[in-house]
Design a protein. Structure first.
Length: 256
């Protein structure tokens, strides 16, 4: 088997769901990571009809909704409804995952809060056939930091999302990151940047991130998701212009 390829909608201009589905399929990707924010067409506040319509649209184009990319920061005190609403949205859409961030301050108290909140959410996730993935990001950007927290949770419904930029920025070699995250790994986000000082998104393979090394470590039947963070860098090249070349680059790495 070969890796399956997904796109994050973070890099796309805001567009209706039918356009996202058509563009993803036409560009040769098999999945999509949906940014779940109130300014987007899919978020926890939409109703059952909108959820069903979005699911049908992607299914009609043969696109799997890989993830509901939420913005919950699990080291912060969360409202009781926050993670359940994201899990319910993922379940209704047929998505396999919910993305969350650490968002901590590095204290033992914050880590303990994250462990408790993820543990409480684990059973609901498992019952819903959804996995909540903690992204390597901000306070837990390395595999060592994220893996240590996830070891304490140790539940099937909770896992890791490997953002290769953040582990690299954290000073880890890919083999170190993968070894620490592998017991928990849901899937991997790829991207490219010019340098540690300039994280403006670049076309895949044109920057400094060790993408070849990272992908070579992964099991061949998992997902790779291209997260192109144009939303935060308005001067970056528009993602639709790069999709064909990005697909070709990833195919060269994976044989997809």
């Amino acid at each position: 088997m070969t890796h399956k390829l997904a796109l994050s909608t973070l890099g796309l201009p805001r567009m209706p769901i039918p356009d996202v589905a058509r563009l993803t399929a036409a560009s040769g990707y098999q999945g999509v990571e949906l940014r779940a924010h109130p300014e987007e067409p899919v978020h926890p506040g939409i109703g059952v009809h909108e959820r069903a319509a979005a699911r049908r649209e992607f299914e009609a184009h043969g696109i799997e909704i890989l993830t509901v990319a939420g913005y919950a920061k699990v080291t912060h005190p969360l409202a009781p409804h926050e993670l359940p609403e994201l899990v319910a949205l993922a379940h209704d859409l047929g998505a396999s995952h919910v993305r969350v961030f650490p968002g901590g301050d590095g204290t033992a108290e914050a880590d303990e809060r994250a462990v408790q909140q993820l543990t409480r959410a684990a059973q609901l996730a498992e019952d819903s056939d959804v996995r909540i993935l903690l992204e390597t990001h901000d306070s837990h950007r390395t595999g060592a930091a994220a893996g240590a927290l996830l070891d304490r949770v140790n539940r099937k419904g909770i896992g890791a999302l490997w953002d290769v930029m953040h582990t690299w920025l954290g000073g880890e070699a890919p083999a170190e990151s993968y070894a620490r995250l592998a017991p928990h790994l849901g899937y991997t986000q790829v991207k490219d940047i010019a340098s540690a000082e300039d994280t403006t998104p670049l076309p895949l393979g044109t920057g400094v991130l060790p993408l070849t090394e990272c992908v070579a470590l992964l099991p061949p039947d998992g997902w790779l998701c291209w997260e192109y963070e144009k939303r935060w860098y308005p001067d970056a090249t528009a993602l639709p212009e790069l999709l064909a070349a990005g697909r070709e680059y990833l195919a060269g790495l994976t044989g997809a």
